[in-house]
Design a protein around this ligand. Structure first.
Ligand code: TMP
Ligand code: ZN
Length: 408
């Protein structure tokens, strides 16, 4: 059993700075027959005093989270589709130029990125533990190994295909508690001149945007350039590039290589400098974040109660994993939000975890009847507000809740 007071990366002491109390698993949408036996854990976050890695204190076992019924599919958003397609083209034009180049994606989801690589006729392999997603990717012409990525699956891949020139992972590395096993796998699989590229939510953006709902069971780590550079060095890699991304409320794409294989980009120094200037590792900064989170809850709950008190009908838009933290932390159930609409068929007809609000298709929303829509998928605000322009034209109003609760 892991000692909860210790950093998973370096064994240093964890300093807890925010606690969301009892929470369900964020992607565990359920039927009423399972309300009584729903699984809960304590959601709290700490920073390592030694390597500065921000991480959950308690965790849910991976096997409980990522399985054949995992409901999240990356292709639900046109913006995310464009994001991954443009990255795939970049790999094709740069890292994968030349004969026999090979790319592996860890957590390939529904094949949104590798699909482009496959269409270009390049050697590739997705490694995806969720059977349902692996099947969707395979049906789209993507080659997939239905497994968790670790040292042993990496060794099998090397034996079958040789070493990889690119290893990529989006919103996956931060989900894996045993990052050491991933990095040992990368060490086995990556060619001498290859790159390991991964993108995940950026802790500085979470602090600056009070986007506390990025914190849920699946996000075990919250990276910064500083903590990733330290982690890379511990495992014999070097951080050679960082790129700030606008998706999912603010992410960073990190590139790791073997020491000396690549010239580190200037962007790294600039990002480290920004993190230092923002005093990200200081207790006062972390405490101020926790205070902003508490204020956000108070203001949002007051706003929703006031609207309900005046007889307004409020619905949620986007049954996001993120919103599980927010709704449970704020105690927002069907008394405040009548239903949540979402375009993912696997979520429709089920109920939100912990708070048990029914999930309906977007058509329910378009039928009308809502005065206010709480935008739970706020990271897709532009796309959704454009798509649902008629709601506002008919007098409806959107409610946003980060960095603070407001009607727009
Ligand atoms: P995400 O924020 O983790 O990407 O999840 C977004 C959720 O919102 C996902 O369940 C799909 C849903 N969604 C819609 O219902 N309509 C939309 O237009 C978009 C972009 C997402
Ligand atoms: Zn540490």
């Amino acid at each position: 059993m892991r000692d909860k007071s210790q950093c998973r990366i370096c064994g240093g002491a964890l300093h807890e700075f925010v606690d969301f109390g009892r929470q369900p698993m964020a992607n565990a949408y359920l039927e009423p027959s399972r309300f009584a036996t729903e699984f809960f854990y304590r959601l709290a976050v700490g920073m390592c005093d030694s390597c500065t890695m921000v991480q959950l204190i308690d965790e849910v076992p991976n096997e409980r989270m990522f399985h054949k019924d995992y409901p999240y599919s990356s292709s639900g958003s046109t913006v995310m589709r464009a994001h991954f397609e443009s990255l795939a083209h970049r790999f094709v034009e740069r890292e994968l130029q030349g004969p026999g180049k090979f790319i592996v994606e860890i957590g390939s989801n529904d094949g949104i990125m590798l699909n482009v690589i496959a269409k270009n006729g390049l050697r590739h392999l997705g490694v995806e533990p969720c059977d349902n997603l692996a099947k969707v990717a395979a049906a789209n012409g993507v080659r997939v190994l239905n497994r968790y990525f670790d040292e042993s699956s990496a060794a099998e891949i090397v034996a079958a295909h040789g070493r990889a020139d690119v290893i990529f992972a989006a919103n996956t590395v931060s989900h894996i508690s045993r990052i050491d096993s991933v990095l040992r796998g990368v060490d086995r699989l990556l060619s001498d001149s290859g790159v390991f590229v991964f993108e995940d939510p950026y802790f500085l953006d979470i602090v600056d945007g009070t986007s506390f709902d990025q914190i849920y069971d699946e996000h075990i780590y919250f990276f910064t350039a500083r903590s990733v550079a330290a982690m890379a060095a511990r495992h014999g890699f070097e951080l050679v590039d960082t790129e700030h991304l606008p998706v999912h409320g603010g992410e960073v794409r990190y590139t790791l290589a073997r020491p000396g294989a690549r010239t580190p980009a200037r962007a790294i120094g600039e990002m480290l400098e920004r993190e230092r200037g923002r005093h990200l590792t200081e207790t006062a900064t972390l405490e101020a974040f926790a205070a902003s989170v508490a204020r956000c809850r108070e203001e949002l709950v007051a706003l929703l109660r006031d609207l309900r008190g005046r007889g307004k009908r409020i619905v949620g838009y986007g049954a996001t994993a993120k919103s599980a933290t927010m709704m449970n932390y704020c105690g927002i159930g069907p008394d405040l939000v009548s239903y949540v609409c979402d375009n993912t068929p696997a979520k429709q007809g089920l109920y939100t975890p912990g708070t048990h609000v029914p999930i309906r298709p977007p058509e329910a929303f378009r039928e009308g009847g809502a005065d206010y829509a709480l935008l739970l998928a706020w990271n897709h605000a532009d796309e959704i507000m454009k798509k649902e322009a008629e709601f506002r034209e008919a007098g409806g109003r959107w409610i946003l809740y980060v960095p603070q609760a407001r009607v727009v």
